[in-house]
Design a protein around this ligand. Sequence first.
Ligand code: G6P
Length: 612
Amino acid sequence: MCGIVGFIGQKQAAPILLDGLSRLEYRGYDSAGIAVITPQGTIDLRKSEGRLKVLSDLVHGGADLNGCIGIGHTRWATHGVPNSINSHPHMSEGGKFAVIHNGIVENYVEIKEFLIRQGVHFQSETDTEVIAQLLEFYYNECHDFFETVGRVLRRITGAYALGILCADCPDRMIAVRKDTPLLLGFGEGENYIASDVTALIPYTRDVVYMDDGEMAVLTREGIQVYDPLQQPIEKEHHHIDWDVSAAEKGGYPHFMLKEIFEQPEALRRAISPRLKNGRVVFEDMKLTAEQIRAFTRIFIVACGSSYHVGMLGKYTLERMLRRNVEVQLASEFRYSDPIIDDRTLVIFISQSGETLDTMEALKEAKKRGAYVLSIVNVVGSSIARGSDDVLYTWAGPEIAVATTKAYSTQLAVIDMLALAFGEALGTVDEAEYAAVVSELQKLPEKMETVLAHHEDIQKFAAQHFNHNSIFFIGRNLDYALGLEGSLKLKEISYIHSEAYASGELKHGTISLIEEGTLVIALGTYSKLFEKAMSNVVEVKARGADVLALTTESRREEMLKTVPTVLAIPDTLDMLLPSLGVVPLQLFAYYVALQRGCDIDKPRNLAKSVTVE
Ligand code: G6P
């Protein structure tokens, strides 16, 4: 999604803006632009379609722009095609205002018509330009920057994070947030705005997350935040402890590969501090055993890969708690009139903590009285702040659009949650509890052994990257795992792929299997291994080329039917997806590499989807 960066200080703004934007490239975008206020009091605006490098070359790395206050934006088109006119910043006709915007102005047509009637000329097809034009319109009436922004906010509806420059006020910048993330960065004699903390890591670790309806005035000396009634307020500061290298490739060709290999370490961070003397201890959780016992309904709600974690979480929670757990896509949940009351627990899972559908579902759940617990990676994100309880996954910054380490850590957290809830409800026996804890501790090491075999997967990918369509089949846990494997492959290699519950093949999909179709058969789940094998035989009989994934202890058996078998170390069934996902991530990665795809920034996709 779009990226926002703003800077005010003593240094030249343009190189900082370009650098900040480059750290947001992973979010996905199609055009970029920057604007600075020059010492002459004019706004110098440069924009271009395509990659940030095009813009950076155009302005010689920022050297062409002179000014110590500026805003920058990477745009992911919504209203209007991706081109330099539609890209941000947008300026008002008289050149007084420049604005960058993430979100959507819902009533922009009506405002645009109003302004056109007042004689304003528009250049772009965007909703954002109305903000710039409206700012100048009101400013011409009141000549007060702060008051002007307030008037504009009262006039527009929708979702917005804004960074605003006024040529008459070169000593300040105004930032606004409603339903779209924006944070403030505090430096020495310089201050920042950004849509994502990754943009600011090299510059400051001291940040404030803005809340809905808030406005901030940034000067070189400080930042004052105002509440929705425009009264000054004090905000809690957060310290970001991610280091710069965590957001850089560190010798890997792609962030995705780096993040795949970081998974054992990320798992250690997510698991170790929460296992104390053989017990799961969520020091960060407020829920009491009594509250857990009082819940009559449990939902898990998420999007994309986080939803796949939810599916696995459902299997584990239901088995351990003997309670019904419903898992839903956030985009469906929010419109499904869900049956929720104050004895309902809704667990939201989100890497970014900013996915709009998930956030809106969260608001809906809260409105209906649910207790909201979220599993989130980005500290201080909207979903984290909107929840009654947050369990952080501590995976570190995830840059590649296709999630890997966030998925693995979410899974570990939900497995630990199942133990903690099981204990509170008295539904998990001591022997199983101890076994899960012990295997959780071994998980990072076992994952390292899976990663050590990455070349086998690379070889397999080299033989199979030319398929037009690839199927993943599996049952129960293996089915949910297949969904994730299939999504990874689609996202980054653009190969059509489907995941099917193996038992459903005979109800239609098997008609798609023909000579040479590649089927990735997941047979890790011990309870259903025999059944998984019979499905493998079925697809083989119809000419499918099969790659099977199973555990070490079943490798020989699988080899009797399938010549190509990948094996993961044995562990408890519920933990197998944590290991099984790694070969699937690597397969997607190496296939995409063979096909020459833009792995970290796949077409049409964004890391954090802040539109509906
Ligand atoms: C986007 C990403 C996916 C992610 C999904 C949900 O589509 O490309 O990788 O799974 O959003 O994101 P969240 O941040 O809420 O987990």
